[in-house]
Ligand binder design. Structure first.
Ligand SMILES: NC(=O)c1ccc[n+]([C@@H]2O[C@H](COP(=O)([O-])OP(=O)(O)OC[C@H]3O[C@@H](n4cnc5c(N)ncnc54)[C@H](OP(=O)(O)O)[C@@H]3O)[C@@H](O)[C@H]2O)c1
Length: 203
């Protein structure tokens, strides 16, 4: 199986490079990759990369993730998280490839007393969540061959170039960066990235 990964320098993408390797050949791209284009905002370049690699699966771990800054950078957040995700989904669909798209529990409103279900109503409280939700919906519209993972904190093992995440916690109240009450379920990256996908393949 050929897997084309976008966002390979991020916290999730960095782990994906390693954990997806057990499933097949991984072609990992980051924003500065050449000659294959890994910049999600270059729709034509991304489509050309997908066509050139002809992957079985495209994995999108690239995103605009500056939750607080997004309030002042709405256009950029939507360009990367929504428009670019849609373009990537269309490119994957053209190749008949699956798209695995990473999303977030910020698409929900942070209330409730149990883990979110796919069928729960969304209700993002900020620009970041709204842009990710727009991306999820665009991906679903663009191709039926999609898997959207709305994870919560992905915290371990830490990215080598970033500060360590807090120790893994499960369902405890925490304060969001914007001060909104929320609950976080901390995912271990390996389980999040490889386990779920492998289960989906064998289903
Ligand atoms: N980490 C978590 O706890 C967590 C929790 C819930 C959901 N998620 C989801 O998981 C996904 C990955 O998050 P992360 O934590 O790995 O974020 P991250 O560490 O901020 O990584 C995001 C990556 O996306 C890349 N990127 C940004 N704009 C790009 C563009 N135009 N073209 C190509 N690449 C671009 C960044 O590249 P540069 O390095 O060049 O800026 C960065 O490497 C996101 O969809 C996020 O919503 C993460």
């Amino acid at each position: 199986m050929k897997i084309l990964l976008f966002g390979s320098n991020g916290q999730v993408g960095w782990q994906l490079r390693r954990s997806l390797a057990v499933l097949g050949e991984v072609i990992a791209l980051d924003r500065g990759s050449r000659p294959l284009c890994g910049d999600l905002r270059d729709a034509a370049g991304v489509a050309a990369s997908v066509a050139a690699v002809a992957p079985d699966v495209v994995v999108n771990a690239a995103a605009y993730t500056a939750v607080d800054r997004a309030e002042d950078e709405q256009d950029l957040a939507f360009a990367v998280n929504a428009a670019a995700a849609e373009a990537l989904a269309s490119a994957a669909a053209k190749q008949g490839a699956w798209l695995v798209h990473y999303s977030t529990d910020y698409v929900y409103d942070g209330g409730g007393e149990r883990p979110w279900r796919e069928t729960d109503a969304t209700g993002p409280l900020g620009v970041y969540g709204r842009s990710k939700l727009a991306g999820d919906e665009a991906v679903a519209r663009a191709t039926p061959k999609h898997l959207v993972l709305r994870t919560s904190w992905v915290c371990w093992p830490p990215h080598p170039r970033r500060s360590a995440w807090p120790a893994c916690t499960t369902w405890r109240p925490a304060a969001s960066p914007t001060g909104t009450a929320m609950r976080n379920c901390c995912w271990r990256k390996r389980r999040c990235v490889a386990g779920r996908f492998a289960r989906r393949r064998s289903a």
